[in-house]
Design a protein around this ligand. Sequence first.
Ligand code: SAH
Length: 347
Amino acid sequence: MISEKKDIRSLSKEDLRDFFEGLGDKAFRGNQVYEWLWGKGIHSFDDMTNISKETRAHLEENYVINHIEVDSIQKSNDGTIKNAVKLHDGLIVESVLIPTKKRTTACVSSQVGCSLDCKFCATSRLKRMRNLNPDEIYDQVVAIDKESRLYQGMPLSNIVFMGMGEPLMNYKNVLESIDKITSVEGLGMSPKRITVSTSGVPKMIRKLADDEVKFHLAVSLHSAIQETREQIMPFAKSFTLEDLKASLVYWHEKTGKKVTYEYIVWDGINDTLEDIDALVKFCKAVPCKVNIIEYNPIDDGEFQQAPSRSIDNYIDKLEKNRIPVTVRRSRGKDIDAACGQLANKAT
Ligand code: SAH
């Protein structure tokens, strides 16, 4: 049952300090409670052992401590782990642990479902139910960090916002979660190890620049030709490539940071020389790198991975133009944990 009480984890440290001052107690108690909630990650007021019994009872009367449950875990042959995560209201999202030899990466969700309509992505078939709260994003990272220590023998090293949802359409909560992930009271991770991936929402990219964020930005480009992009990502009619490019120029001017373009090459969709030339031209607007990602089929439909010859054509032309390009093999395909496959199938 969903409680009527407010989630104490929606309060900032300042709010908690004010709460205790209002009770005639020391503001410092607020810091102690904050540390229990975020640093120690407890789920019950009774565990706050340095807080008096009376105060704990008072907190219990007024608040709940919402938290996620890892409902089920699936392990891939390649070591990738997918968590189905149950939220306090029973909705489910997925997050993924991707290990390599030297590091482990968490791929986290930012929304339940997605409001965008990328035709090649399984999540777009689930309608957007709601945004995730900062604590729900944070908890996914904590859960994956624990699994990373348990199964890989090392703490989590990187985070990518490439799970379900469009992070920039849940801007405030995503940024708040990153504040908690990077703060010393939270996980103390460097923002340089975090990448937020967007389908390309120009207004919010400008806002990121204005907010002088320190994490990396990736843009799911997939085509630098307006007409083609609209066919595969229909929302691009509202967020045009011209506007996207202008917002990225602004991003670079303000932050001095590069952009990563994620790009899938599909047979008969974006595999011609014209497509490659358009990408090269787009890449000249701001310093960038291109990450060619493998397509993970979601059905037998119109989208088919282009042959390696087409990918080589892209690599040749990009390299000739001194644009860094990497090709990323997909991970966790056997458990539908790879990019674009997150659709709560196992639940
Ligand atoms: N909405 C954000 C983040 C979620 S998608 C975004 O679009 O960036 C994360 C990445 O997976 C994006 O680059 C997206 O284009 C890619 N993706 C989606 N469906 C895919 C599929 N079936 N195969 C491979 N990558 C896919």
